[in-house]
Write a protein that binds this ligand. Sequence first.
Ligand code: NAP
Length: 520
Amino acid sequence: MNTSSPLLPNYLAGRWQTGSGPGALLRDPVLGTELARVSNGGLDLIEGFAFAREQGGRALRAMTYAERAAMLAATAQVLQSHRDAYYEIATANSGTTAKDSAVDIDGGLFTLGYYAKQGEALGDVRFMLDGPAARMAKDPTFQSQHIMVPTHGVALFINAFNFPSWGLWEKAAPALLSGVPVIIKPATATAWLTQRMVQDVIDAGVLPAGALSVVCGSSNGLMDALQPFDVLSFTGSAETAHVIRSHRAVAAQSVRVNIEADSLNSALLAPGTAADSEVFKLLVSEVVREMTVKAGQKCTAIRRIFVPAALYDAAAQAISAKLAGVTVGNPRNASVRMGSLVSREQLGAVQAGLAQLRTEAEVLHDGASHTLVDADPAIAACVGPTLLGTRHPDAARVLHEVEVFGPVATLMPYASLDEALGLIRRGQGSLVTSVYGDDPAFIADAALELASSHGRVHAISPDVAALHSGHGNVMPMSLHGGPGRAGGGEELGGLRALNFYHRRSAVQASIAALKRLGTA
Ligand code: NAP
């Protein structure tokens, strides 16, 4: 390894600390060049966590929700002023086009701004009421009032590589607004953007000491530093999620954990749709968008597409024709629409996953047919979009179980709506499903059927064609997370996100005491 590339410092215990050893290398996934190294070797994690818990937590809890909301607004302003640098880092380290970098960078800023506004409305208080006081006997003098108070611990975030900006801020905004200090451990492959954003915010002095820390590199020892009142929010693969759930901190100390894992999201075209209808076109465009945005490296991307059996061939042709027009390669070339995967390792994982899916599917559009623009196939982690298909989705197993985290989706026909709903549920719980139809009754019925196995149901009909937020876009006012294999987590959803960082307690007391709480 060329150890001349800079070692990014960590920020822990209120000071910048450089890890020991050569560290792990971050590369440009298109050019293959070395960008930076990360290491947290030799850092005293116990000291760092204690500093955040005690100093950061105390300072944040002394502020009101409105004051913390103003702090979020100031944070967003700082980030806004460095936006150009973030785009450069994203191009270099994530291999994304400007449009795809925006999903991550501007998505993060938008989410911060959203919580700044929501928090302002909570006002100058330091805890929240949970419903009205309840009598516990005939005599009203002694009652029970549920309250929500910020947990006296740290929020540790262990994040995935695909959203180094949004992944930080969508979690940090509700945590900081709640009064809980944040320690972020970004995924190593793309840690640079997260580290740089934290650096800019720390340098600007808009947060109290200990409110925000960043530890780059290995995850070793992070979970050992957790204590019972800490919380852990993890985003990543189901495999790592399993390791997290089995850790002593979670299993024995009840550290509260939120898990966002992988997901076999689906799209459903309404029965009876015609191939020349607006609804059909909407499905085709959304599928192509979802397959290609961030080169399919979105946990919410459409992986399985369900169409009425009579439309299988028409859908295969229409989606393939659009995919054929997608230019793939170096995001610095203005003609490129889809950049690269985040690393050669990821490219290997996508190719291995594709080989698995192909044991049960035919290739309708082959990503290998795309000539890379300004990128050397021997070096770049670029891959064209591939549409697979099977005429026998019921007999398939791998297609409903294996998530290929890249520009890959599988088309599947269904004979009846019941069959389609059953096949969708074979994803074992997903983050999102989208339904395409022009009959409000169909949409409402499908939503009710799919809600129990999906964190979000996104319905696209011609009347919202130009308005909808996109199948894969996670908006802060809507829930993000899904049951079962999607991890069982819940994030965002407006102020619901604050619940994770608060503890609920029932105060049973005289009405006089409850009045002092400002409640009775
Ligand atoms: P990953 O390999 O599970 O890594 C996720 C994070 O966990 C990284 O920061 C990683 O650090 C860390 N990690 C690895 N081993 C660990 C351990 N034993 N203990 C604690 N932390 C550990 O996942 P990924 O490859 O980065 O991300 C892709 C996956 O994430 C996909 O499956 C995708 O579906 C899922 N994802 C889900 C969502 C969602 O919201 N549901 C969003 C994005 C991605 P290192 O990088 O240093 O190894």
